[in-house]
Design a protein around this ligand. Structure first.
Ligand SMILES: Nc1ncnc2c1ncn2[C@@H]1O[C@H](COP(=O)(O)OP(=O)(O)OP(=O)(O)O)[C@@H](O)[C@H]1O
Length: 281
């Protein structure tokens, strides 16, 4: 089956006045394949490259080398037929200030045949979003809700959501996460790439997690598999050469897959926050 989202050796170098020797590369040889129906959490510290990666995948930023594909089509030349199947909510909501939520939805419905207005209105209701207000008059959190409602409105096959819940109150966040989780249970599950710093929220909904650090993909794994098998084994010094199932050593701990290291099986499971902290040590 064609992966819903894939990147091969994707690199993006800084050029011009922003070039720095310490971080010349915004994306550094990123390769992955996301299967259809996966809900992938994209996590990493501020500046790790999450937004840049999403923009590259969508063809909004041009990689220096390598390539990526969305629903089988190259990111640099996404045909209309693929664009219609995509939903994207940027980190900073991209709205028309003078239009109300209802007017945004009507505009979308004119372009995308698949817009289900009643579903979009129901989601807005669950998020306590007033669709009658102009975007310019909405709070930042409500603008973010509107961006998400719009990204989901045409029931896209592939959704890219860049920190969609950062400004949402806890109740709206929970309702949004439920909506996201529901996408996993559809007859044809939708594929989602969602970045967030709210790792305990992500843990509840994702099927996979992707850890980025300084533009490098450190780990891409099924979340259930990570919980079941990844363990931090106290090890005074780094291994001379990494053996199968040995992922990373830092500060006296070796991240291992307990299937290869049965002596680690009794150690406690790692939360997403534990894992992110370890991968950034
Ligand atoms: N157009 C640009 N010119 C120069 N530097 C850029 C540009 N776009 C992004 N960067 C830099 O690239 C790095 C990655 O930024 P990016 O916004 O992708 O990170 P992020 O992981 O989404 O961060 P956050 O969690 O803060 O949203 C940062 O160091 C940022 O300053």
């Amino acid at each position: 089956m064609t992966p819903a989202l894939q990147a091969h050796d994707l690199c993006l170098d800084l050029e011009g006045p922003n070039w720095t020797a310490s971080r010349p590369r915004l994306l550094d040889h990123i390769t992955f394949a996301v299967p259809e129906g996966a809900v992938v959490g994209l996590v990493g510290r501020n500046g790790a490259g999450k937004s840049t990666l999403m923009r590259c995948l969508l063809g909004l930023a041009t990689p220096t080398s390598g390539e990526s594909r969305l629903l089988g089509a190259p990111s640099r030349h996404l045909p209309d037929a693929v664009l219609e199947r995509l939903g994207y909510a940027a980190q900073t909501p991209d709205l028309f200030p003078r239009l109300t939520g209802h007017e945004h939805l009507r505009e979308m419905a004119a372009v995308y045949p698949g817009v289900a207005l009643s579903d979009a209105v129901a989601l807005a209701g669950r998020l306590d979003l007033n669709l009658g207000q102009k975007a310019a008059d909405l709070s930042l959190g409500d603008q973010q809700k509107l961006a998400v409602v719009l990204a989901l409105a045409h029931d896209p096959d592939l959704l890219l959501l860049d920190e969609p819940v950062a400004s949402l109150d806890p109740i709206s966040r929970r309702d949004f996460m439920r909506a996201l989780f529901a996408l996993r249970r559809k007859a044809t599950p939708r594929t989602v790439l969602v970045s967030s710093h709210l790792l305990s929220d992500l843990e509840r909904v994702v099927s996979h997690v992707m850890f980025l650090r300084e533009g490098r993909l450190q780990l891409f794994i099924e979340w259930d598999e990570a919980v079941e098998h990844l363990r931090c084994l106290p090890t005074a010094s780094p291994p001379a050469a990494f053996q199968p199932g040995e992922i990373r050593w830092a500060a006296g701990q070796l991240l291992v897959d307990a299937r290869h290291h049965p002596q680690a099986a009794h150690l406690p499971a790692l939360s997403m926050e534990d894992l992110m902290e370890f991968l950034n040590t």
